[in-house]
Design a protein around this ligand. Structure first.
Ligand SMILES: O=c1[nH]c(=O)n([C@H]2C[C@H](O)[C@@H](COP(=O)(O)O)O2)cc1CO
Ligand SMILES: [Zn+2]
Length: 157
């Protein structure tokens, strides 16, 4: 008899996205994203961090203060990193991301031809950025689905 408590594809991919988030050095929010093609192959991975050459010991990680002195102008979002790292056409791929994409990432997701967005958390759902994301995804007829039928808890010692 086969095991019954195996991970579904959706649970598996979301767990991989969660592991990607563990690479992030952001002290407040770690985000992971992966792209998956229609053969269930992982095409690329990403997490939020500063661009190559932008030293994460010298640039700020703070959230507050003058905009130029916060992390916000510098950090590359997980979804952006996954999309620019992909080496194949992304048409009809799915994205698994641990946080609902912001409006800037959503534009990139749509333009890359991604078919479906799977997300874990939606902690900024009341923000205008996320509201704008949902408006664009609805208009573009791109489905989004929360994967919350299991508890992703990855612990590596
Ligand atoms: O879709 C996203 N992808 C992503 O990588 N991020 C990153 C940018 C920041 O490093 C962090 C958000 O920081 P904070 O929660 O402290 O505002 O998450 C944030 C979002 C959603 O805003
Ligand atoms: Zn974003």
């Amino acid at each position: 008899m086969k095991r019954e408590d195996f991970l579904s594809w959706e649970q598996f991919f979301m767990t991989v996205a969660k592991v990607c988030a563990m690479r992030s050095k952001d002290p407040s929010t770690q985000v992971g994203a992966i792209l998956v093609n229609n053969l269930n192959q992982i095409i690329s991975t990403g997490y939020n961090g500063f661009p190559r050459g932008v030293d994460d010991d010298k640039f700020p990680w703070s959230r507050e203060g003058e905009w130029i002195d916060t992390k916000y102008p510098y950090v590359a979002h997980a979804e952006l990193n996954a999309i620019v790292s992909a080496r194949t056409n992304l048409t009809d791929c799915d994205v698994y991301v641990t946080l609902f994409p912001c409006n800037e990432c959503t534009k990139i997701i749509i333009q890359a031809g991604i078919k479906k967005v799977f997300y874990l958390e939606d902690k900024y759902k009341d923000s205008n950025e996320v509201k704008a994301s949902k408006k664009m995804l609805d208009a573009a007829q791109i489905e989004y689905k929360q994967i919350n039928d299991f508890n992703v808890k990855v612990s590596i010692n």
